[in-house]
Design a binder for this molecule. Structure first.
Ligand code: NAD
Ligand code: IPM
Ligand code: MN
Length: 355
């Protein structure tokens, strides 16, 4: 039986609750199919208070030994500035393992009523995950003075832009054959014009994929007005970040939006996490929706080659939501939703036999 080595980083706030939920589901899906070798790392804002760092100095090297990383959520802005916590844990992991493709699916699960009239949308957002607006270049001069200037330089490399667009084209080819490339090339005349050019160059290699170029502002409106017209959407790091919270909203809320940070060439482990954060406003109340985290765990199993287990999980999630479980904020607790998914999986036609 194959063994998958998983590094678990529950993190802060509801990250801990939803990681527990997702791992309970993963363990049940694994039974009789594959073995799990998990190690949990307490890296978080609490760890920062104890040690002065979000993870140990050799944290990245430690993670490198695993087949995949599962992360709950990071951040507790009440006690550690986000610029410290996120730059000390989540963002360095994405970068160190070259997890340049951030895949975020947006569709309505059965039984979930989104805020829109449109129901039949199925969007795969591909967010560039290692450069662009998140490059970390820039600085502040004359801090605190009248002539203070702060810059945040967005760096787009040919390698970075080409590989994320290629990833998007390949996804489009495997789906409904349509790619929407999102920029702001009417206002940003260097990076985004460059992005448009690379999109056109690659489009010539993919004659079977139809391409639309959209500006981020118009795209935000389209995701609300006509999401059913979208298939694969490729966007830069920051634009993809914003669009995927919008995607979460149209699929019923942040409790439903899953995410995979993929290192496509396998040179390092990929990382799986819900789109949402640590939700300090509901942390400790036991009411976080674990579906985004469970869905992200299914994406992890699919990535690890456990396609049947991943499909079982998604079927079980939809069987729970079809019964109205977890479909409205606060209607069910984290534990109730998890229990419903586990129960649905136990009766699922493809579940492995108990013997
Ligand atoms: P958030 O996603 O944590 O919360 C936004 C809103 O959505 C809140 O009202 C919250 O209660 C709700 N929400 C989120 N997840 C939910 C769930 N599973 N079930 C029900 N409701 C849910 O965003 P924020 O408040 O801007 O950020 C809080 C902290 O998390 C910050 O430190 C932020 O930087 C961090 N953050 C981390 C990640 C990550 O680790 N991947 C992602 C986003 C934000
Ligand atoms: C996300 C989050 C992170 C991001 C933050 C917490 C740095 O919002 O994963 O969507 O912007 O990538
Ligand atoms: Mn985000």
């Amino acid at each position: 039986m194959k063994t998958h080595r998983l590094a678990l980083i529950p993190g802060d706030g509801i990250g801990v609750d939803v990681t527990d939920a997702a791992m309970a589901v993963v363990r049940q899906a694994a039974a009789g199919r594959f073995a799990l070798d998990t190690e949990t790392f307490p890296w978080s804002c609490a760890f920062y208070h104890e040690t002065g760092a979000m993870m140990p100095e050799d944290g990245i090297e430690t993670l490198r030994r695993f087949d995949a990383i599962y992360l709950g959520a990071v951040g507790w802005p009440q006690s550690v500035p986000d610029s410290v916590s996120l730059h000390g844990l989540l963002l360095p992991i994405r970068k160190a393992f070259d997890q340049y493709a951030n895949i975020r699916p947006h569709r309505l699960l059965r039984g979930v009523e989104g805020p829109l009239k449109a129901e039949g949308f199925d969007i795969l957002c591909i967010r560039e995950n290692t450069e662009g607006e998140y490059s970390g270049a820039g600085g502040r001069v004359h801090p605190g003075r009248d002539n203070e200037v702060a810059t945040e330089v967005a760096i787009f490399t040919r390698k970075g832009v080409e590989r994320i667009l290629r990833f998007g084209f390949d996804q489009a080819r495997a789906r409904r054959g349509h790619l929407t490339s999102v920029t702001k090339s009417n206002a940003q005349k260097y990076s985004m014009v460059f992005w448009d050019e690379v999109t056109r160059e690659l489009a010539a290699e993919y004659p079977d994929v139809t391409v639309s170029h959209m500006h981020i502002d118009a795209m935000a409106a389209k995701m609300v007005m006509a999401p059913q017209d979208l298939d694969v959407v490729v966007a830069s790091n920051l634009f993809g970040d914003i669009l995927t919270d919008l995607g979460a909203a149209i699929q019923g809320g942040l409790g439903f939006a899953a995410s995979a940070n993929i290192c496509p060439d396998g040179s390092g482990p990929s990382m799986f996490e819900p789109v949402h954060g640590s939700a300090p406003d509901i942390a400790g109340k036991g009411i976080a929706n674990p579906i985004a985290a469970i869905w992200s765990a299914a994406m992890m199993l699919e990535h690890l080659g456990e396609v049947e287990a991943a499909a079982d999980i998604l079927r079980a999630v939809e069987s729970a939501t079809a019964q109205g479980i977890g479909t409205r904020p606060g209607s069910h607790s984290t534990d109730e939703i998890t229990a419903a998914v586990l129960a649905a999986m136990a009766t699922c036609p493809n579940a492995p036999s108990a013997i």
